[in-house]
Design a protein around this ligand. Structure first.
Ligand SMILES: Cc1cc2nc3c(=O)[nH]c(=O)nc-3n(C[C@H](O)[C@H](O)[C@H](O)COP(=O)(O)O)c2cc1C
Length: 352
């Protein structure tokens, strides 16, 4: 099985969709212009805002771009009592910040309306995370000329995704920054790191694989390609680029050696972020309730970003964030590939 888009890509780099601020039309366009594939994040956006982002990106580049959507098909609301108890825990934080906590709403991120917009006016590829997209959306996106990629974290998820005949799978390792792409966010979720996932998923399905998680240097990207990936989806490495919409507090935290951890404290869904006070104090108590907790903590996080208080922000980042350079995104894209070539050449020489 092949992906025409991946085969035609000049550089095997996909700019990871980073919803919630870091991804901007300028970042996506810069990655595509450099020869990689820039992505927009549809997550958290209204359909109108998504359309505006696509138009703004197209104004900056004629190259292919992708859009990522959250597939919360089959997700169920969280436990109302657990959500209320967590809201009570956060009341002191909200009072100190001088904000009201948000309404813990359950919703599906306007998936159906976003699909209609992307079918009517397709981009080169639509990728999904959090679960399987609806079968009719896959068929209609294909008919409209878009590729469909699905994020997976285990061979079981990969086999389930393969049934929908996607053009590629995005294999996300545990190292990755941001939300895990797991279909079910509970104790049964995969704990495979990227190299383990690539080997096992490569043996389980016959689909092109896009590797993602902890790929912040050219050498690591080379390793993922050697392990069978067709391309690398790079997130944290772009957080400090001038084109990214990363908040100042998050830029500063990304540049440090601070450790990361998995947490549901900010959104009710497991994600990897740089350890800060809210993560440390609330992770153990945070319920599994996405997106209710995302809405509940929204005003606190917004206050943190505006006030420059990094302890209140979801500082999403992968395990290798400390090596993210402060470089223009196009230059970084080209540099990652040049460094991958050098690392693979050195490995070849050692292999004889
Ligand atoms: C700030 C941030 C936001 C993210 N948002 C999304 C998203 O909206 N959709 C998605 O599929 N993945 C999202 N991810 C995960 C990335 O697609 C990718 O898997 C991850 O960044 C790879 O790990 P790395 O950050 O170590 O490169 C996000 C990651 C970060 C760091």
């Amino acid at each position: 099985m092949t992906s025409a888009l991946l085969e035609a890509l000049p550089l095997p780099i996909v700019g990871a969709p980073m919803a919630g601020g870091p991804t901007t039309p300028a970042l996506a366009a810069a990655v595509s212009e450099a020869g990689g594939l820039g992505f927009l994040g549809a997550g958290y956006k209204t359909v109108a805002a998504l359309r505006e982002d696509i138009a703004a990106t197209r104004a900056l580049t004629d190259r292919p771009i992708g859009v990522n959507a959250f597939a919360l098909l089959g997700a169920a609301p969280g436990d109302a009592e657990a959500i209320a108890a967590y809201a009570a825990r956060l009341a002191g934080e909200a009072a100190r910040a001088g904000v009201e906590l948000g309404e813990p709403r359950f919703e599906d991120d306007h998936l159906a309306a976003k699909m209609e917009a992307l079918i009517a006016d397709p981009v080169a590829v639509v990728s999904f995370t959090f679960g399987l997209p609806p079968r009719d959306a896959v068929e209609r996106l294909h008919a409209a000329g878009a590729e469909v990629w699905i994020t997976v974290t285990s061979p079981t998820e990969a086999r389930a995704a393969a049934v929908l005949s996607p053009d590629a799978l995005i294999v996300q390792g545990l190292e990755a920054g941001g939300h895990r792409g797991v279909f079910v966010d509970d104790e049964s979720a995969s704990d495979l790191t990227l190299l383990a996932a690539l080997q096992l998923i490569g043996a389980a399905v016959d689909l092109p694989l896009v590797a993602t998680g902890g790929l912040t240097t050219g050498a690591a990207i080379g390793a993922a390609l050697v392990a069978g990936a067709a391309a690398a989806q790079v997130g944290s490495a772009y957080l400090r680029t001038p084109e990214a919409g990363t908040s100042e507090a998050q830029r500063a935290a990304t540049a440090t050696n601070a450790p990361t951890a998995l947490t549901r404290a900010f959104t009710g869904r497991t994600a990897r972020g740089i350890v800060n006070r809210l993560l440390t104090e609330q992770s153990a108590a945070a319920p599994r309730a996405y997106p209710e907790i995302h809405h509940l903590t929204g005003p606190l996080r917004a206050h943190g970003r505006a006030a420059g208080d990094a302890d209140l922000i979801n500082l999403w980042a992968g395990q290798v964030h400390a090596l993210a350079p402060e470089l223009p995104a196009g230059e970084l894209t080209r540099q990652l590939v040049a460094n991958a070539r050098a690392a693979v050449a050195a490995a070849r020489a050692r292999l004889g």
